[in-house]
Ligand binder design. Sequence first.
Ligand code: OOG
Ligand code: NI
Length: 466
Amino acid sequence: MTQPAFVSSDEIRSMFSAAMSAMYRNEVPAYGTLMELVAKVNDETLAIDPKLKERLEETDSLDRISEERHGAIRLGTPAELAMMRRVFSVMGMYPVGYYDLSTAGVPVHSTAFRPVGDASLKRNPFRVFTSLLRLDLIADEKLRAEAEATLATRQIFTAGAVELTEKAEKQGGLTQTDAERFVSKALETFRWHDKARVSAEMYDRLHAAHRLIADVVSFKGPHINHLTPRTLDIDLVQARMPEYGIAPKAVVEGPPTRKCAILLRQTSFKALNEPVLFEGEGGEWTEGSHTARFGEIEQRGIALTPKGRALYDDLLNVSRKIVRPAADGSNAAEYEKALAEAFVPFPDTWEAIRAEGLGYFAYSLTEKGRKAKADASATLDSLIADGLVQFDPIVYEDFLPVSAAGIFQSNLGDDATQDFVASPNQQRFETDLGAKVLNEFDHYAGIEQASIDDCRRALSALQAAE
Ligand code: OOG
Ligand code: NI
């Protein structure tokens, strides 16, 4: 008997992100408008920069350029997090990185479920920034107990999604028919529900403790709170949002505009105030509102080494000591100026970034290197100097805690800043997750090393062929 063929997990992720995009555009029309603007700016940028277009044609699939790169959800319990890991695993998405956001006044810690490996990222780069609410940071014990009790009685996964996840685990994959069913059943978890599970009175108390707590505890599931396409010119999209009737957050998060893009720059439009219904004691529904969902854009640059990242963190700190971006945008221009000035010490050529060991690069043989009788044991620097080996930046595929906090804050309202005692607890997070998260630096270093090994192997083969 022949086994029915399984669909690849990359394919399931592609189906899933397409379904999520369609659902979100339908639920949040402003997001559809943002997508149009992003596609237009990407087209314009490519039209005036044929070199960029050529490079993207070689390294990326140009036709998918404006597709979503990430989304985000916020979970309420360890059990939800553990099950979510299994669901994402079916789609080839694994937990990478640990982000403690308590330091930034947001009572969550997080990871990003994402494809690892070049081929999977190229096929579809979709990832989900996933946060777990930290009820241990709620000071009010009574409220904490109530929130816990409320969360304990919800089931965010459909029976079909659970069943098909188990099936995929047992069989090692899903057939096309099962994969399609899985995608539609898994999607339900991310849907918006306008009927709250708590009374208006409880919602108000949760909201007063922290707006994020109300967002996680009050609803039937962890509605996707934003999706994020890739833009080739984030400053231009930010500047044009108002023309399209959408209100951008005050400033772009992350590094300043540079020739050599580093890490990640992101901005969003402000979360919308949406109608929700609360059930009264007599079973009647009363109208209220909730602010959670928005749209975001991102532009990615090179992954930095621990040394590069430390320099980035230092310079960001320097700029924020000079000007802290105000939520209302009133000092946006000053902030941008301070940020640009603070980053002057960060080299802005690939050669210097490489020479100083600040970024990760993928190495490959040049045209000349592919024909040469080079000494395979020569140093990398001399192979580069001889024009035999070239290097390209490895793209940063993860997130930045300070930026993430900025995105959270701008969508929680200006009054939401709150101090928590910094208390990263990666061990607790991993216990709840039921797995260890991948260390992002090890991951990039591994990609870099593999590319160097490939070069040496190819050079040795050429030498041996003499
Ligand atoms: C997640 C915010 C983090 C990003 O792009 O840094 C994030 C959230 O608001 O739930 O998505
Ligand atoms: Ni985001």
